[in-house]
Write a protein that binds this ligand. Structure first.
Ligand code: KG4
Ligand code: ZN
Length: 313
């Protein structure tokens, strides 16, 4: 049995074929990052239109030379509503025309399920940090079909903090990778950034962003240019510290990290015993959606034609 996964919740148009044992047969991701870079962030309407251009060729590429899928999985929530609708419509059309079942997948479950793909094939139980551009959550995972939310961000997501920080530093979009690269050349102890300690297991990153805003504003242009790597390194250190502290507060046991921010080199180094999704599976992709679909009830043909996309989780 093979599942065709489709993912269009943000600015990646993705399709993948995954076998039911978690083996990735194909995994195609068309990133729109270049298209949105000139705006400094994702423009929803621009993303939807580009998904429309890309979705058919991306699916075609994922299926070229591969066996016919037995089911179609698609991200139905959360995400940009117009972007999600392109994937959901394509998935319905593909499944309906072949009389296949359709499996609706929550994008966050998809990120966690990136850990269930081979060769990693991680087995619960574990505590999972999900840190992406849209979400930052601490999850208690006891089975592959789901999870319990232990904590979430009260304001910005960790990836959003990276992206906004990069923008303040005049770096490109998406900002996480840019800060990660620049920080390699900087001193992480050069500047003091606040690590928010909110009650319970929640996160907060908005104070950190404001702190960077003030530091950037107070530096003369030439000095800012000279200290950019130090600022990036210190800022990244504060985000990583906040994430690691919360994971430690969740207490012992096996730990795993998923989502775009899981690609961060300092975070990976700070948690040597944690399981990380492989780099290409940290940022949005469709293999993780097909992976999650293995643990979700399929909707039989043709009952899914009325299935809707939802912007919220
Ligand atoms: O999971 P993802 O592709 O999309 C969402 O579901 O949001 O995550 C994208 C986020 C962006 O905010 C991006 O800046 C961040 O992941 N990111 C990184 C790195 N690579 C991507 N953040 C820190 N370090 C990185 N190396
Ligand atoms: Zn994501």
């Amino acid at each position: 049995m093979a599942i065709l996964g489709i993912e269009t919740s943000c600015d990646e148009t993705a399709a993948a074929l995954v076998a039911d044992d978690g083996e990735i047969v194909s995994n195609v991701v068309a990133s729109q990052a270049d298209l949105h870079a000139k705006y400094g962030g994702v423009v929803p309407e621009v993303a939807s239109r580009r998904h429309l251009d890309l979705i058919a060729p991306v699916i075609e590429e994922a299926l070229s030379g591969a066996p016919e899928p037995d089911a179609v999985a698609v991200t139905t929530q959360p995400g940009l509503i117009g972007a999600l609708l392109v994937g959901v419509s394509a998935a319905k059309a593909f499944a309906w025309s072949r009389r296949l079942p359709l499996i609706p997948v929550n994008h966050l479950h998809g990120h966690v399920a990136s850990l269930y793909l081979r060769p990693l094939d991680l087995q619960p139980p574990f505590t999972c940090l999900l840190a992406s551009g849209g979400h930052t959550m601490l999850l208690d995972v006891t089975e592959r079909a789901g999870y319990t939310v232990l904590g979430t961000t009260l304001d910005d997501a960790a990836g959003e903090a990276f992206d906004k920080g990069a923008r303040l530093l005049g770096l490109g979009y998406p900002g996480g990778r840019e800060i990660d690269a620049l920080a390699q050349r900087g001193d992480p102890t050069a500047y003091d950034f606040p690590v928010a300690r909110v009650p319970g297991l929640d996160f907060s990153f908005s104070g950190l962003k404001t702190s960077l805003l003030y530091k950037v504003r107070d530096l003369p242009a030439a000095e800012l240019e000279r200290r950019k790597a130090d600022l990036a390194a210190s800022y990244q250190r504060a985000i990583v510290r906040a994430l690691v502290e919360r994971l430690e507060a969740a207490g012992g046991g096996h730990v795993a990290v998923v989502g775009g921010v899981a690609a961060n080199s300092e975070l990976r180094a700070a948690l040597p015993d944690a399981a990380f999704a492989p780099l290409p599976l940290c940022t949005d992709n469709a293999a993780m959606i097909a992976s999650a679909a293995r643990f979700v009830h399929p909707v039989a043909y043709p009952d899914y034609l009325s299935l809707d996309a939802r912007a919220t989780a």
